[in-house]
Write a protein that binds this ligand. Structure first.
Ligand code: NAD
Length: 496
């Protein structure tokens, strides 16, 4: 059986520490195990980063960009291998893994251009013979902690920008699907990244807490569920670290009576059931404006769900794979049970789905509820599974009020043909990433990604321009070079 270890100082490391089983969710079989790093292994990773940092900080940004260019080429060359690793441990279908990897590659492409963004600001003659400039200096060793649902993409949101800014990075990926991350880290070294600039430690709370308490870690980027995001943010702050912690979501799509319903239904199918609903940008609530829209949505989604092809992630003809673990499947089934108990109308029930030949896989079929109300648990909580709920409202304003009252504010979408309604919606909805007829408004790599309310703790969003601000510190330098022979008097008043 393969044991996945750590990648420290450019070397694969196994320490004989505690392990956790890794499963193929499509078959339910154990496909390996992963070591859970002890504190001293994490400290070793941090020490490696600290030792490699000074030379990398002083490496010209253009040379760093050359490494990133080579790394991008290797990611493209090895895409099939990477996607198979993702699919085997995560369960998402290969074409979906390819989409994830492509978005990650775009973050690497953005990072290649970071020298342009590190140029800083310059003012000549800020005073007599005085020039002043601001520059963006790296922080030192920074850390990233990432979730299971995008094992390749979310780490690529973080470390390429961080190292292009001149930092060293320690990554603690999800212990549930660790293999693609290690594979990608080795490609970075093959591309010429110096050993120690990117270190990967697998582990659980012990590894995370070691990062949060280390005086040598300057900043922490986190992506995962909201309770853990809040813990990471408060603990990192209490230890004097800069932190951005992205959390969970409950994304609503409002469907207006004037919307193109065919397009809206297709968009909802992909956004609710793609990746088995295990996306922080998945649409999990369809807010229908008027009973006519709701009835039509329910009917058309039911029809589509009859043909949704669910099966192994490694079979590219499938549209939806399994959930990540048996525990995740049981949790989703528990939510469906609670919806029934609390009086929602279960229109399509995915609980009893069996995939022939994959009877032990962690499958739940696409599920649809109608007549869901805001006090129900299936409305309030993030299910993170293939469950879409329809909530009926009378006006768009009622829909916006619902969204604004929800604890999460990650993504949302309005389906309409009315420009005035769209403008009102984008102005007034309290959500960080907003779509109009775009169900998954995931910002492209040269914007930044982040939600509002309890979907993000911290001030700066992930990747794009915000990542340069997050992974650097501004320093402002003021220099005077008077002509020789000029004598300056003593000044006791504030310089002006
Ligand atoms: P998770 O919070 O369980 O785990 C995320 C990371 O935190 C993992 O590396 C895990 O090892 C670590 N962790 C877990 N428990 C911990 C603890 N008690 N102390 C310290 N560290 C701990 O999340 P997950 O199940 O891997 O991912 C799914 C969640 O992530 C969903 O809530 C989803 O919405 C969210 N997510 C958010 C975004 C976003 O951009 N906002 C993106 C992807 C996923």
């Amino acid at each position: 059986m393969t044991t996945v270890g750590h990648f420290i100082g450019g070397e694969d490391i196994l320490t004989g520490a505690r392990t956790q089983a890794v499963f193929n969710p499509s078959t339910g079989e154990q496909c390996g195990e992963v070591e859970l790093a002890a504190a001293k292994t994490v400290e070793e990773a941090i020490a490696n980063g600290k030792a490699a940092y000074p030379k990398w900080r002083d490496t010209p940004p253009a040379k760093r960009a050359q490494v990133m260019f080579r790394f991008k080429m290797l990611l493209e060359e090895k895409a099939d291998e990477i996607c198979e690793l993702i699919s085997r441990e995560h369960g998402k279908v290969l074409h979906d893994a390819r989409g994830e990897l492509q978005r990650g590659i775009e973050n690497v492409e953005y990072a290649c251009g970071i020298p342009e963004l590190l140029k800083g600001e310059h003012s000549k003659n800020a005073g007599p013979a005085i020039d002043s400039w601001s520059e963006f200096q790296p922080l030192g060793v920074v850390a990233g902690i990432t979730p299971f649902n995008f094992p390749a993409m979310v780490p690529l949101w973080m470390w390429p920008s961080a190292v292009m800014c001149g930092n060293a990075f320690v990554l603690k990926p999800s212990e549930r699907d660790p293999s693609s991350v290690l594979y990608i880290a080795k490609l970075a070294i093959e591309a010429g990244l110096p050993a120690g600039i990117l270190n990967v430690v697998n582990g659980d709370k012990e590894a995370v807490d070691t990062l949060l308490h280390s005086p040598d870690v300057q900043a922490v980027s986190f992506v995962g569920s909201t309770p853990i995001a809040e813990y990471i943010y408060t603990t990192a702050n209490a230890n004097g670290k800069r932190c951005q912690a992205l959390g969970g979501a409950k994304n609503h799509a409002i469907v207006m009576p004037d919307a193109d319903l065919d397009n809206a239904v297709n968009a909802l199918m992909g956004a609710a059931y793609g990746s088995c609903g295990e996306r922080c940008m998945a649409i999990s609530v369809a807010v229908a404006v008027g009973d006519e829209v709701a009835d039509e949505l329910s009917k058309r989604l039911t029809e589509k769900l009859k043909t949704l092809k669910v099966g192994s992630g490694l079979d590219n003809s499938n549209e939806m794979g399994p959930l990540i673990t048996a525990a995740a499947r049981d949790k989703v089934v528990g939510y469906i049970n609670s919806g029934v108990e609390q009086g929602a109308e279960l229109v399509v029930d995915g609980r009893d789905l069996v995939v022939p030949g994959f009877e032990n896989g962690y499958f739940v079929g696409g599920t649809l509820f109608d007549k869901v109300t805001p006090e129900m648990t299936i409305y309030q909580e993030e299910i993170f599974g293939p469950v879409l709920v329809i909530v009926r409202v009378k006006t768009m304003q009622e829909g916006i009020d619902l969204i604004n009252a929800h604890e999460y504010g990650n993504g949302t979408c309005l389906f309409t043909r009315d420009g005035e309604a769209a403008r009102y919606f984008t102005d007034n909805v309290l959500v960080g990433m907003v779509g109009v007829n775009v169900p998954l408004p995931v910002p492209v790599s040269y914007h930044s990604f982040g939600g509002w309310k309890r979907s993000l703790f911290g001030d700066l969003h992930a990747y794009g321009p915000d990542s340069i601000r997050f992974y650097t510190k501004r320093k402002t330098i003021t220099q005077r070079w008077p002509a020789s022979g000029v004598r300056e008097g003593v000044a006791y008043s504030f310089p002006s």
